[in-house]
Ligand binder design. Sequence first.
Ligand code: GDP
Length: 697
Amino acid sequence: MSRDYPLEKIRNIGIIAHIDAGKTTVTERILFFTGISHKIGEVHEGAAIMDWMEQERERGITITSAATTCYWHPTDNPEAESRINLIDTPGHIDFTVEVQRSLRVLDGAVIVFDGVAGVEPQSETVWRQADKFNMPRLCFVNKLDRTGANFKEDLASIEKKLTKKAVPVQLPIGTEEKFVGVVDLLKMQAYYFADDINQPFKEGEIPEEMKAEVDDYHGILVERIAAEKSELLEKYLNNEELSIDELRAGLRQAVLDYNLVPVLCGSALKNKGIHLLLDAIHYYLPNPADLPPVQGTDLKGEPAERRTGDDEPFSSLVFKIASDPYVGTLAYFRVYSGVLKQGSYVLNPRTGKKERIGRLLLMHSNDRKEIDAVWAGGIAATVGLKDTRTGDTLCDENNPIILESIEFPEPVISVRVEPKAKTDQDKLDAALRRLSDEDPTLRISRDPDTNEMIISGMGELHLDIIVDRIRREFNVEANVGRPEVSYRETITIPAEGRGQYIHQSGGRGQYGDVCLKLAPRERSEGFKFNNAIKGGAIPQEYIPAVEKGVREAMEEGVVAGYPVIDVEATVYDGSYHDVDSSEMAFKIAAKRAFQEVSRQAQPVLLEPIMKVEVVIPEEFFGDVMGDLSARRGKIIDTSSREKVKVIDVEVPLAEMFGYATTLRSLTKGRGNFTMEFKEYFEVPRHIAEEIVTGRKS
Ligand code: GDP
């Protein structure tokens, strides 16, 4: 069997944006215009093709990371083609983890901006995440048809807030209602938009009054491309003309190296600029083989890597588990190396189990195609995997590799849920299990005292959607409690001590004895366990039980029963009994040791602090600032944009419930805010006391 499609023609990309910037519209237009070459005449007007989840459409936001395959022939070279795998990325900040997850499998991205608002906070957050991967990207300044749109200001805000690597490759001809075309600064060609859906633009002359400016911007573009490559620079300095092909190749390399970021513009809603954006994806974004080998570890934890190639052992990463109304549970995965054929077996190193690959599907925007195999660099979905979660590696059983797993943040907010009808308890449990397999940021737990189910996630909206899905997809009506903050606990000084579990009178005895040192770690460093036992004071075989006991103890801290984070635990001494010692005895002893020692280690309560941006008309500034300080807000910065004030502030999540309503009434409905989790921080003492009392009463 040979490859179904050349590797160098594949583009695995995502479209990323602040909510409302137009990601859904851009995506729809791309799917529409790429579909047209196959199915002329089929019109999907307005239908959000990727938003097949009902409530996403209602809420107007996109949560899933489904992948869709389409094909593009560049407008100036219809012979050429690329296969674009579009990985849908979520727009709402509650779902940044979904963005992170999809970023992990993208080779390049298009970042969409609102031409009126410029760079907004979420774009900044996602931009920094993409920086971690040095991800090649293009900027698309959308909505230039809107009143107040200003391409130059948007460009300036990209340069100021995001990167100096940005370089315009287009200039708009006119803006707002007079936005009639763009000038391609590389080809020095003007394009005018037309209303014809089959041919939405025509080539034309650069307007006389723009010529000087276009020359300047062209000069800057050529100079910046030339500066990236010595052969080009030499020609450039000798005043030799650089051909379009040379400039394109130079720009492509600079984009791949993440040294330049081309900026394009358009209006997705009005079908303006989408063709040229697709051309830019074809010409400038990487194919999978352009990128360095993927890194991972073997089963012993030693570093391992795989090059993108069909001849390498198979490796892939599952980036999305989704329910599809027609085929059931779909696992979307990205193949890094090797080939996966239908009917073959793969290893999931997390579970140690082999799974058979039944059907393989390539997802198009309007249908799905069954395929025999998926090759290096490809993206596909499979049905019927039993125990596979988002973030799992699937690989060749004879050449196992664990690709860097995706790190998920701690959930910050919880609600209690119970079925309205007691008989629905099993259905609710099953629904929650399914949903948490799909979404690693969703945690399910049970209140040990009341036996109620608690679901925890990344924000109120995140949990709202989960509850909604329980009702719609699993037909369970649930009573939902008030949102509660997910507090954490930690220790602040090192301490050490002992825990024992010894019963030796009558029958078989119990003997576990553990000495433990605890030390605080920095925020989000996580838990670390060390074994410093010398001379066999505790036999090696019981050490895993000691670690298990410590981990169990950490699930309920000594301050108020919240999970303990960021602690280093070292077992350094203890004793055992030849007959009476058991794993269970050591586990209980370790649990007791942890509780005992953490009481001496000045344990504290931690609360989630949110990074909040509030945007308000100037006249409400005083009232809004006053309210924020009453909410224990720490003002980080205040600035002015055109007629509005922007307040950057850090506020404990506990103080943010109902903020949307308050802000609305303080600003007569004219204020806006966004928030995202920043870090866990110590709760001030008097407030901690209230929480502890409330929890224990
Ligand atoms: P998303 O939240 O980023 O997915 O944004 P959407 O694509 O849902 O767009 C948000 C709103 O902006 C919708 O009402 C769109 O119709 C509108 N919109 C999207 N693109 C444009 C555009 O180019 N011009 C104008 N005027 N509105 C647009």
